[in-house]
Design a protein around this ligand. Structure first.
Ligand code: GDP
Length: 523
């Protein structure tokens, strides 16, 4: 690669977040279509019948009809190299989803314009906001009778607490959808071609349609103009710095299914979305992408993409320098040298061996149990350790035991490895030592059970304990008598004590009883 700076500036690495059914898959398919990766829409979901379908992991996906894995798709469009990191939208999603957001430079939020903001959008958005990730909004399904666009904009601002700026505006919707007023390019994109076969109307300098065009006389157009004037007068300025700080979301309308407004959205998005930027180390130093030293971090580990091999893939987001196949790197946590020879990249249509990759790219490193989530790898002598990936306090708990007591060995091995991988959190009851699993979503338990059986030949019994509130306690303040049936005392895998409270009342009762005891929601 001759000019790495140039290559980096072309990268756009993002995730699409949405509530299930808002249209994330459909819009992804359209994007792949523009990228020339697929020839017809429908192949993203169709991939499950291809080679990938053989993997154990995909089997779960097929059974549940949902996307469990956060897959990575790479393709080229409009002079940019795009990496889309897929995040499951299912409500039972797991920590994977959150961690994937740590590996992107921006996010696209797809919202069903008939439904507005739904719970899952909100949950994902909270992470985006916390991390100041630039976020772009796409109100989808404009071909259906949706809600008033002004109301949708207001809802974004009120419920999510982010400023908005309209990049285009719907001219009608549903039955009477005429087109999109594309303010950015000063043109109207027509939903259906006009009598002369045109799909676009260029606008006058003042943003209006030239005299003589039938649309100009249409009330729907005049209403759209009025609304645009209203939002522009009362609303925010298009402030690029505010976008990059994640404080202002550019808003687009369109219809993924009818491929309307998606291409202009993608082009505009690629212009405003940030290229890969510096990332901070635990010492607070910024590692710039252009640095000569290669570095990256593991944000996801996925098992058995190929069922013939009991291998795992560690997904590494490259932060700085150039990756070259066969290069030697150091795994910071263990100060261990590793040669990166067996590495894949995730082109949308195939998994190919990769020769080089640059910051912003995701590479998949074959792993035989070396990596943990959050690991930093780097070339050269200077130690780099990126900031920890956030861990999420589990809310759901289950007791776990081996079905066959004679098979304790495979049971313990499986648990140890899957926990190390970050699949799930492990605790043990303080007095009995019973194993307890903690997760963010129900799906994590299912994946865990499936993998224990398939990879470690260990059938397990899961006993639901329901929702709990996990609170860590300073070991010096701990008295075992504080434990009760409403606040179970357990230890985490670092031997730190915590209580699992039945509910908020139990926690409050505890606080009243032991006012001096400090409880932490995270270790
Ligand atoms: P995901 O769960 O967010 O990935 O949603 P999908 O992309 O699978 O879409 C959910 C459903 O909405 C599917 O039946 C799509 O065909 C439909 N859909 C997606 N985009 C549009 C759209 O723009 N208009 C209409 N009418 N339906 C859409």
């Amino acid at each position: 690669m001759s000019n790495i700076t140039d290559e980096i500036s072309k990268r756009r690495t993002f995730a699409i977040i949405s509530h299930p059914d808002a249209g994330k898959t459909t819009i992804t398919e359209q994007m792949l279509l523009f990228g020339g990766v697929v020839r017809e829409a429908g192949t993203v979901k169709g991939k499950k019948s291809g080679n990938f379908a053989k993997s154990d992991w995909m089997e779960i996906e097929q059974k549940r009809g949902i996307s469990v894995t956060s897959s990575v798709l790479q393709f080229d469009f409009d002079g940019k190299r795009i990496n889309i990191l897929d995040t499951p939208g299912h409500e039972d999603f797991s920590e994977d989803t959150y961690r994937t957001l740590m590996a992107v430079d921006s996010a696209v939020m797809v919202i069903d314009s008939a439904k507005g903001i739904e719970p899952q959008t909100k949950k994902l958005f909270e992470i985006v906001k916390q991390r100041h990730i630039p976020v772009f909004t796409f109100f989808n399904k404009l071909d259906r009778d949706g809600r008033d666009p002004l109301e949708l904009m207001a809802e974004l601002e009120d419920i999510l607490g982010i400023d908005t700026y309209p990049m285009n505006w719907p001219i009608g919707s549903g039955q009477v959808l005429q087109g999109l007023y594309n303010m950015y390019d000063n043109k109207v994109e027509l939903y259906k071609a006009d009598a002369n076969g045109n799909k676009e109307i260029p606008l006058e300098a003042d943003g209006n349609i030239a005299d003589g065009n039938v649309l100009k006389e249409n009330k729907i157009w005049r209403d759209a103009l009025d609304e645009v004037e209203l939002v522009q007068m009362a609303g925010n300025q298009l402030d690029e710095d505010a976008i990059l700080r994640g404080e202002l979301s550019p808003v687009f309308f369109g219809s993924a299914l009818t491929n309307f407004g998606v291409e202009s959205f993608l082009k505009t998005y690629l212009k405003y979305a940030p290229a890969p930027s510096a990332k901070h180390t635990v010492d607070g130093d910024a590692v710039e992408p252009e640095s000569d030293q290669f570095s990256g971090f593991v944000f996801k580990i996925q098992a058995n993409m190929n069922p013939q091999h009991r291998d795992r893939i560690a997904f590494v987001r490259i932060v700085s320098g150039e990756f070259q196949r066969g290069m030697d790197v150091t795994l910071g946590r263990e100060n261990k040298k590793i040669r990166l020879s067996n590495v894949t990249q995730f082109m949308a249509d195939s998994r190919e061996n990769v020769e080089t990759a640059v910051p912003g790219d995701i590479i998949g490193v074959y792993d035989t149990g070396t990596f943990q989530i959050g690991d930093t790898i780097f070339s050269g002598k200077k130690q780099i350790q990126f900031e920890d990936l956030p861990t999420f306090t589990p809310e759901l708990f289950m007791r776990v035991s081996a079905k066959n007591v004679m098979k304790q060995k495979s049971f313990h091995k499986g648990i140890a490895q899957l926990v190390q991988e970050g699949t799930i959190q492990l605790y043990s009851a303080w007095s009995s030592g019973d194993y307890i699993l903690g997760a963010v979503g129900q799906l994590q338990f299912e994946v865990f059970k499936f993998r224990m059986e398939n990879e470690y030949n260990s059938e397990i019994v899961l006993e639901p304990m329901g929702h709990k509130i996990a609170r860590w306690i300073n070991p010096e303040q701990l008295d075992e008598k504080m434990a009760s049936s409403r606040n179970l005392l357990v230890r985490d895998r670092f031997e730190q004590p915590l209580f699992l409270f039945e509910n908020q009342f139990a926690e409050r009762w505890f606080k009243d009883k032991y006012p001096k005891v400090e409880l932490e929601s995270k270790l």
